[in-house]
Design a protein around this ligand. Structure first.
Ligand code: ZN
Length: 381
């Protein structure tokens, strides 16, 4: 059984629940929220003499810890989100870290406390040896699994001293991910006119209006499919939630929907709102409003020629690991930094196939390998 520092840290982290409330207010307060894990990390980092603090929302804070090295010319930010997805329906005790062979089970083992555990071991090592060669900002951000509120607060907090590049640790099987799509969510509402359902001609049915818009929204996928990104493929649009009406015998005056738009680099909430206004105009429906249109995640596009990509590829090559860059099907907080002009990659232990599952686990060898990669990275200038 592995007893390396990274695995010990990971077991501690799994045992501290940090479940994202996912916009619901009926969650169990003993497991909901990032605060407990944030406090734990802050203390741990301060014991290493790092300048660590809690940032943002008091109840759902993020952690930011900084080390400056005299003479260093470059600042690396490593972000590992604090929150996990909920634990409903899990087939294991989510907060009891159990090791079975090479697998460590528990909520967050893979997504993404393994990355933080690997980083913590590396930081302890290089500080002990006095071999840190670059300025380092360690970030544990809240709310990655839903709205990315945490990373926004962290970026604002560091606005006068932005990093030169960013690693978001997420389960990539130690591969370098340099591109992924972004996510925009929009909420549309149709306003009709209510009347008795026996005389529908006297009213205006908001559900019917909304249905017309849905058909036009589906067609957006045809034009998106005609303009794919060479690496990421096309953007997509999917209507995920709909509702409306009050009773079968009332012509509804209200109907709403929520859609999920996967974006390509260059697209943002503003451009998607413009796209939606065009769709609404084409559907020739009177009163539809865009109630909200927000980027949940920004797309990531870091060129293969960027120095940070090349350096991490060199490290992988030196460790006889796969150096080819790849794309991710999921969004990450690296996209937020990309949108702010800071290049970044997604890189970490574990496979996305085990993330969010009812028996979440991570391969302990990958966590230990990542700790070694972080050591080598921090000792390089
Ligand atoms: Zn994650």
């Amino acid at each position: 059984m592995s007893d390396s520092p990274s695995i010990r840290h990971l077991r501690d982290y799994i045992a501290i629940p940090s479940v994202n409330p996912m916009d619901r207010d009926d969650g169990d307060p003993t497991i909901i929220g990032e605060k407990r894990y944030a406090d734990h990390l802050c203390e741990q980092l301060r014991r290493l003499s790092l300048d660590a603090e809690l940032v943002g929302d008091d109840n759902r804070p993020s952690v930011v810890a900084e080390i400056r090295v005299p003479g260093a010319t470059e600042t690396l930010l490593v972000a590992s989100h604090l929150d996990t997805v909920p634990v409903d329906g899990m087939e294991i005790d989510p907060f009891d870290p159990v090791i079975d062979g090479e697998r460590l089970y528990g909520r967050g083992s893979c997504d993404t406390k393994g990355g933080m555990a690997a980083l913590m071991e590396a930081v302890e090592k290089v500080l002990q040896r006095g071999s840190l060669r670059r300025n380092l900002i360690i970030v544990g951000e809240s709310d990655e699994e839903l709205g990315s509120k945490g990373i926004g607060e962290v970026i604002r907090h560091l606005s006068d001293r932005p990093p030169d590049w960013v690693i978001a640790t997420e389960p990539t099987n130690l591969r370098i991910v340099n591109r992924h799509k972004g996510i925009v969510h929009a909420r549309l509402r149709a306003h009709g006119r209510a009347c008795h359902s026996s005389m529908p001609e006297n009213g205006r049915n908001a559900l019917v209006d909304l249905a017309r818009v849905v058909i036009e929204l589906e067609r957006v996928n045809e034009s998106l499919a005609a303009q794919p990104d060479s690496k990421l493929g096309p953007g997509t649009l999917s209507v995920g939630l709909m509702g409306g009406g009050a009773a079968p015998n009332i012509v509804p005056d209200q109907a709403w929907l929520v859609l999920d738009r996967r974006t390509l680099p260059g697209e943002d909430a503003k451009s998607i709102a413009a796209e939606l206004r065009d769709v609404i105009a084409r559907s020739q429906v009177e009163k539809i409003e865009i109630e909200s249109c927000e980027a949940m995640k920004d797309a990531l596009e870091t060129d293969e020629a960027e120095a940070c990509v090349r350096m991490c590829q060199d490290l992988l090559a030196a460790n006889r690991l796969d150096t080819a860059t790849t794309i991710a099907a999921f969004g990450t907080d690296a996209g937020s930094y990309g949108a702010a002009g800071v290049p970044g990659i997604v890189w970490g232990p574990g496979s996305i196939e085990q993330a969010h599952t009812s028996r979440e686990w991570v391969d302990t060898r990958q966590v230990e390998q990542m700790a070694n990669l972080f050591v080598q990275l921090l000792e390089r200038s």
